[in-house]
Design a binder for this molecule. Structure first.
Ligand code: ADP
Ligand code: MG
Length: 346
């Protein structure tokens, strides 16, 4: 990936030199960032807002495969998926810390690419990088991102607030990231068998981008605020619709009815899933990594968002004893089961 000529050994810089080199271009913007990189701890001040903190750990070979994930995308995605958790609380992320473990196979140029992606995500979403940690690793690459954000008191959305009769809403479309991953996996296998064949990703840009370059839905959090809607519950779709709605129902002690015909599935996702012999609905239910927001609203708020094309109403919350079900297009009731992607399986 990195030719010898543009390969700088990290040992040449040393740990402190590396940290300085990687973080020099990052400037803190938020008033709440009192102290960023450079001391034993960062110092933040959120006055009397609720403070939100979320963290993710990404391991090479478990969460990402460097055979088809470019380093810059990896940095960008690591930040985005973490910000998504703050959006899922109806909050605004403002700071991140980034910790990395690097094995000797990574030259400086590779780490620079990761930080380019991190910076792109920070610039785009107005986030301050305020610290982290750097270590060598015996095997592979490790990235951990922690994001910190805030919300006004009384506006935080938990998973446990859904009430009977609430409408179930989801932003954007579902299943694309999973189908994109299947295409990348297929091309990787073809490449391994015959390195002379170039990957055929023609016409698949949208779903490849859904997999490699997801974006947290800050716009949906802003839109809900503009519409004066506080969802009764919310979660981001990292493991697939089925798994996420079951979290909401489990924690809210409620049931749900979802309607397959209402699921937002992009035409490219649909068509590619069919080409690969996959059921597009299963991809939406169990695929994961879409990083859309799944939330419930009171029926009284329906009028406020019914015309928004980027939000689909896909069902409603029921009492617990009715269970968690999906009504298929042919009107058959299927019980929802979580088969979400799980790093511990297999
Ligand atoms: P300590 O010895 O106290 O852990 P470090 O030397 O690891 O301090 O870090 C020095 C400063 O650089 C700290 O502010 C820390 O948060 C920051 N830092 C370290 N590694 C990273 C990194 N990978 N990305 C961003 N900031 C980092
Ligand atoms: Mg340290």
């Amino acid at each position: 990936m990195f030719e010898n000529k543009d390969r700088t050994d990290i040992a040449e810089l040393g740990e402190f030199g590396l940290i300085k080199h990687l973080t020099d271009n990052f400037k803190v913007q938020h008033e709440s960032s009192i102290k960023g990189i450079g001391d034993d701890a960062a110092v933040l001040n959120f006055e009397n807002k609720e403070v939100l903190i979320s963290t993710d750990l990404l391991l090479e070979g478990i969460h990402f495969d460097l055979a088809y994930v470019p380093m810059m995308h990896l940095g960008y995605k690591a930040v985005q998926v973490n910000l998504s958790d703050i959006y899922a609380m109806n909050g605004t992320p403002t700071q991140i810390t980034v910790s990395i473990g690097l094995s000797s196979k990574f030259p400086l140029e590779a780490v620079e690419e990761i930080y380019k992606g991190i910076q792109l995500a920070c610039d785009k979403f107005n986030i301050d990088l305020i610290g982290g940690d750097t270590s060598s690793s015996k095997q592979g690459l490790v990235i951990s991102v922690t994001s910190i954000g805030h919300a006004e008191k009384g506006t935080v959305c938990y998973r446990n607030g859904a009430q009977e009769g609430d409408l179930v809403c989801v932003s954007g479309d579902l299943g694309g990231a999973y189908v994109g991953l299947q295409i990348l996996e297929r091309e990787k296998q073809i490449f391994l068998e015959n390195p002379n064949i170039q990957p055929d990703l023609e016409g698949k840009d949208y779903i490849i981008e859904r997999q490699l370059k997801p974006e947290g839905r800050r716009d949906i959090v802003d839109l809900l605020a503009q519409m004066d809607i506080i969802p009764t519950s919310m979660i981001d779709v990292s493991d697939g619709l089925a798994s996420e709605i079951l979290h909401i129902c489990g924690q809210s002690d409620k049931g749900v009815t979802l309607y397959e015909e209402k699921f937002p599935i992009d035409p490219m996702t649909y068509q590619t899933a069919r080409e690969l012999g996959l059921d597009p609905t299963i991809c939406a239910l169990n695929g994961g990594e879409d990083y859309e927001l799944l939330f419930t609203i009171k029926q009284a708020d329906y009028e406020k968002l019914k015309h928004d094309v980027d939000i689909s109403i896909i069902g409603h919350i029921t009492e617990k004893n009715s269970g968690c079900n999906m009504i298929s297009k042919s009107n058959v009731v299927h019980e929802l089961k979580a088969q979400g992607w799980n790093a511990f399986k297999g």
